[in-house]
Design a binder for this molecule. Structure first.
Ligand SMILES: Cc1cc2nc3c(=O)[nH]c(=O)nc-3n(C[C@H](O)[C@H](O)[C@H](O)COP(=O)(O)O)c2cc1C
Length: 113
């Protein structure tokens, strides 16, 4: 995410960080959108597992065989959307995606409240 020192971006980061610790936080389970090789949009719910604000990264765990991973191998960009009803705020994020495997991968997908 860009603009990491921007006040609005900092506010969004605080909510993303909270979502990792709090399974009830809206930012815990954003919608992740990708695009298929033939240009069709795909969207699904995922869990944000970790954040690194200085690096500007979010970690999302998935099955390496999943459709989303294949789509991200072809087009390494994704969008995330979160609706925070209590804050009356929609957060729309754009991300460049790096796929990590092996010991970086956590098999526990966990869940949301
Ligand atoms: C509450 C919730 C959380 C989910 N979290 C993840 C997740 O962190 N990673 C994941 O790969 N799929 C997660 N899923 C399943 C995805 O939404 C999706 O159905 C699955 O990954 C297959 O998507 P794909 O075929 O587009 O790859 C979650 C589903 C729900 C309902």
């Amino acid at each position: 995410m860009g603009l990491r020192s921007d006040p609005v971006a900092c506010w969004v980061w605080l909510r993303l960080i909270r979502g990792v610790r709090d399974r009830h936080a809206p930012t815990r389970c954003p919608t992740l959108a990708t695009v298929t090789p033939d240009g069709r949009p795909q969207a699904r719910t995922v869990v944000v597992r970790a954040t690194d604000k200085p690096a500007g990264t979010l970690d999302i765990h998935s099955d390496i065989q999943s459709a989303k991973v294949q789509e991200l191998r072809a087009t390494a960009f994704a969008a995330l959307d979160v609706w925070d009803a209590s804050a009356h705020l929609q957060m729309r994020l754009e991300a460049r995606v790096t796929i990590l495997t092996g010991q970086d991968r956590d098999h526990d997908l966990g869940g949301c409240a």
